[in-house]
Design a protein around this ligand. Structure first.
Ligand code: CA
Ligand code: CA
Ligand code: CA
Ligand code: CA
Length: 337
């Protein structure tokens, strides 16, 4: 091989490696960078479900690779409900309990109840590591609050992913207002510094959509071995735009959307080529010529497989953002005689 050709190949390799590392490093904001979701949202339990939260709590999991042994932190942006970002009903009079869990019972692959999808089950199994109640507090308005330090060994170890799993629950314990916030899994208490190979996931996403026409939000469910179809369910979509499902195999399947305070569900077939990769659910806002901007739209989405098991969506898509690859047209060649 000629030297300049070799150098070229090495440069390409370094570039690709760099991209892979960058992808890993961008995994800890929640919502994730590729998701382009402005905020998570949880309402106080005296709120109306018609404002876009069906259950008044939400759960997130963090996975930390086994070989990361330093202390880590879970940071919350705008944990208060008041001042900037949050959604007021009457006056700001709501309180939210954020609690962090580790230890046995947390890993949802071993404890179904931990997913927090079924009514009346204990979704708080595990050891309570930290908690705090936030109301309307100027001190934490438009600012970060830090939980930790936590020891990665305090998590619930998952062999398949070779990672320690932690969980954070946000519950609207009183009031009726909407708390908008974000998380960051950090190796520093005062700055957002990523942990290589770390990721975050949930089974039920409570989010705010953008207040503009052009921004598209995404979620990236991971399609594990054995999945042949998935059922999507979305809540209180306010008839806002379209949800498209894209993969390397799907150019864009439109799925039914809910309107006000109701659920819409549908089944989406999975092709063998889509197993062990992520799908891209794209949330396109209703446009000006389609009836105008739907403002402050809070929505919930869940996914399950053909057996009724909930499907994870990761803040950083496993295997990267899927891109549709058009299939080459096959021309039949008649066999030679
Ligand atoms: Ca605020
Ligand atoms: Ca209120
Ligand atoms: Ca907030
Ligand atoms: Ca809504």
């Amino acid at each position: 091989m000629k030297l300049n050709k070799l150098i070229g190949r090495v440069l390409v390799f370094v570039f690709v490696l760099g991209l892979a590392v960058f992808d890993k490093l961008s995994a800890q904001p929640v919502p994730g960078k590729d998701e382009n979701v402005p905020f998570l949202v949880t309402f106080g339990k005296e709120g109306q479900t018609s404002w876009g939260d069906d259950s008044f709590f939400q759960i997130f999991f963090f996975s930390i690779p086994k070989d990361y042994k330093q202390p880590f932190y879970i940071r919350i942006f705008d944990p208060d409900c008041g001042g900037e970002w949050d959604e007021i009903e009457g006056d700001f009079n709501s309180k939210y309990l954020f609690s962090v869990y580790g230890g046995k019972g947390v890993d949802p692959e071993k404890n179904e109840d931990s997913k927090g999808l079924l009514k009346g089950v204990n979704y708080k199994a595990g050891n309570l590591l930290a908690s705090r109640v936030f109301g309307s507090e100027a001190r934490y308005d438009n600012k970060w609050y830090t939980f930790g330090p936590f020891n990665p060994a305090e998590g619930d170890f998952n062999e398949k992913w070779n990672s320690n799993i932690f969980k954070i629950v946000c519950e609207g314990v009183s009031g009726d207002d909407g708390n908008l916030f974000k998380y960051f899994l950090s190796r520093d208490p005062a700055n957002n510094l990523t942990i290589e190979g770390g990721n975050a996931f949930t089974f039920k996403y409570h989010i705010r959509l953008w207040n503009d026409y052009k921004s598209v939000s995404h979620i990236y469910p991971y399609i594990d071995t054995g999945i042949i179809f998935i059922k999507q369910s979305n809540f209180d979509w306010d008839n806002d735009g379209t949800i498209l499902v894209v993969s390397k195999y799907k150019q864009g399947i439109e799925v039914p959307i809910s309107n006000q305070d109701d659920w819409a569900s549908s089944k989406i077939p999975i092709e063998p080529e889509e197993v062990n990769s992520s799908l891209d659910f794209q949330f396109h806002k209703k446009q000006e010529n389609e009836g105008g901007l739907v403002k402050n739209n809070n929505v919930v989405i869940t996914l399950e497989n053909q057996r009724g098991d909930a499907i994870k969506f990761y803040s950083s898509p496993i295997g990267g953002v899927p891109i549709y690859v058009p299939k080459p047209k096959i021309t039949k060649i008649s066999p030679k005689k």
